[in-house]
Design a protein around this ligand. Structure first.
Ligand code: NPQ
Ligand code: MG
Length: 373
C-alpha cells in the first residue's frame, strides 16, 4: 500500500454524565479521528480509521489532542507517506526515530492497519490473535460528591450486568468509598481502584488500609516516573499493584515486571504507541505470568471495537474497562456496543468490523482537514 492522503477530523462528544478522576472532571470528549486512504495498485483503494485517545489537556499524560494533530501533520504522516510498501506493521518501524507521542503514533498505525485489513478481508481480532468471541466487561466509576451517589451509581452498573467495578480514588476519597461499596454489595463483586498517580510513597501505610477489602488490584497509585516507588509500595501493601501510566512500551513493561513494580498491567494501546506494541506487552506479561487487562480512554465505537478485539487475546485474564458505548455516550458514531450478559461481542468483519455512521459523524464533527500525499 501507499498512503494517498489522511483526513484529520475533530469531533466533540458530550458525556452522559461528568467523569471525575484525581486529575480532573470531564464533561465532553474532544477526539481526533484519522481516515487514511491508501492505494494498493491493482488491488484498489482502501480506507482505514484511527482514533487518537489523547485528551484536550495534558492531565492523564503529557499528550494532548492539539499536540497530537500537530505532530501527525508535521512529522508522522509525512514520514509514513514516504514508505513505499506500507502496511500496519511498517508504521511503528517508520516512526521509531520520533520520540514519544505514543497516542498520535497509535492513531496513525490504527488507521493504516485498518486499511490493510479491510483490503485483505481480515478482522482485527484475527490479526491480533484473539481466542474468544466475546469479552467480560468492567466499568470505571468516577469520584462522586457523596458516598450515597457512588453507591447508587455502582448499583446501576451492577444492574446493567458489569462483572467488575473500578472506583476512581484520590486522597480523601479512598478507604470510605471502598468500604461503602463492600458493605452494600458484599465481598463477591470484583472490585478494584485507580488513583491515576494521586499518591506518593509516603502514603504507603494509608494505601495498605485498602488491604482489608479484598481488592483485585490498586492501579497506578504513584507518579508515572516512579516505577521504583511502586516496587517499594508492593512490599508494603498486600493488594496487587497494577501499572497504567508508567507502562509506555514492552521495554518499560519488562523493566517494571523485573523490578517487582507491578503484579498486573493495564494495557491501553494509545498509551504504548499502538495495538501491535500492546500485543507485545501482552506477550511479555504472559511470559512472566503477569495478568493484563484492557484499559479504556472513553473511546468511540472505533477504538472500542479494536479494544474489544485486543481484550479477546488469551492473556487478558481480568475484565477490562471495555464498557458499553452507553457508559459514556448517549449516541455513538458507530453502531453502539451493547452489554449482553456482562459481555461485549468481538467484531468479526474486515478491519475494525465497523465504520462511522455518516450522519452521526457529521453531527459531532467540529473540523476536518485533508492532507493530500
Ligand atoms: C484510566 N480511564 O484508566 C483512564 C483514565 C481517564 C476509563 O478510567 C477523557 C479522556 C477523560 C480520557 C478520564 C478510565 C478521561 C480519560 C479518565 C481517561 O486511568
Ligand atoms: Mg488508569
Amino acid at each position: 500500500m501507499k498512503l494517498a492522503g489522511v483526513e484529520l477530523r475533530r469531533i466533540q462528544m458530550p458525556l452522559v454524565a461528568p467523569f471525575r478522576t484525581s486529575f480532573g472532571t470531564e464533561t465532553a470528549r474532544d477526539i481526533l479521528l484519522l481516515r487514511a486512504v491508501a492505494s494498493a495498485g491493482s488491488s484498489g483503494e482502501a480506507e482505514g480509521w484511527g482514533e487518537c485517545v489523547a485528551m484536550s489537556d495534558p492531565l492523564y499524560s503529557s499528550e494532548y489532542v492539539d499536540a497530537a494533530a500537530d505532530v501527525l501533520r508535521r512529522f508522522l504522516i509525512p514520514k509514513v507517506a514516504s514508505v513505499a510498501d506500507l502496511d500496519g506493521a511498517g508504521v511503528g518501524a517508520a516512526l521509531e526515530p520520533f520520540k514519544g507521542h505514543w497516542m498520535a503514533k497509535a492513531a496513525l498505525e490504527m488507521a493504516v492497519l485498518d486499511a490493510e485489513l479491510r483490503l485483505a478481508g481480515r478482522s482485527w481480532a484475527r490479526e491480533l490473535g484473539a481466542t474468544r468471541d466475546r469479552v467480560p466487561c468492567g466499568v470505571s466509576v468516577g469520584i462522586m460528591n457523596s458516598i450515597g451517589e457512588l453507591v447508587d451509581a455502582v448499583a446501576g452498573y451492577l444492574e446493567a450486568g458489569y462483572v467488575r467495578i473500578k472506583l476512581k480514588i484520590e486522597p480523601g476519597w479512598d478507604v470510605e468509598p471502598v468500604r461503602a461499596v463492600r458493605d452494600r454489595f458484599g465481598d463477591d463483586i470484583l472490585l478494584q481502584v485507580d488513583a491515576n498517580t494521586a499518591y506518593t510513597l509516603a502514603d504507603a501505610r494509608h494505601l495498605a488500609k485498602l488491604d482489608d477489602f479484598g481488592l483485585l488490584l490498586m492501579e497506578q497509585p504513584l507518579p508515572e516516573e516512579d516505577v521504583l516507588g511502586h516496587a517499594e509500595l508492593a512490599k508494603v501493601v498486600r493488594t496487587p499493584v497494577c501499572l497504567d501510566e508508567s507502562i509506555t512500551s514492552a521495554r518499560t513493561a519488562a523493566a517494571a515486571i523485573t523490578l517487582g513494580a507491578c503484579q498486573v498491567i493495564n494495557i491501553k494501546p494509545g498509551r504504548v504507541g499502538g495495538y501491535l506494541e500492546a500485543r507485545r506487552i501482552h506477550d511479555v506479561a504472559a511470559a512472566h505470568g503477569i495478568a493484563v487487562w484492557c484499559g479504556g480512554m472513553l473511546e468511540t465505537g472505533l477504538g472500542r471495537a479494536a479494544n474489544v478485539a485486543l481484550a479477546a487475546l488469551p492473556g487478558f485474564t481480568l475484565p477490562g474497562d471495555t464498557s458499553a458505548s452507553d457508559r459514556y455516550y448517549r449516541s455513538d458514531i458507530t453502531t453502539p456496543f451493547q452489554l449482553r450478559d456482562g459481555h461485549l461481542d468481538v467484531p468479526t468483519g474486515p478491519g475494525l468490523g465497523l465504520a462511522p455512521l455518516p450522519d452521526r459523524l457529521a453531527e459531532v464533527t467540529t473540523s476536518t482537514e485533508w492532507i493530500s500525499l
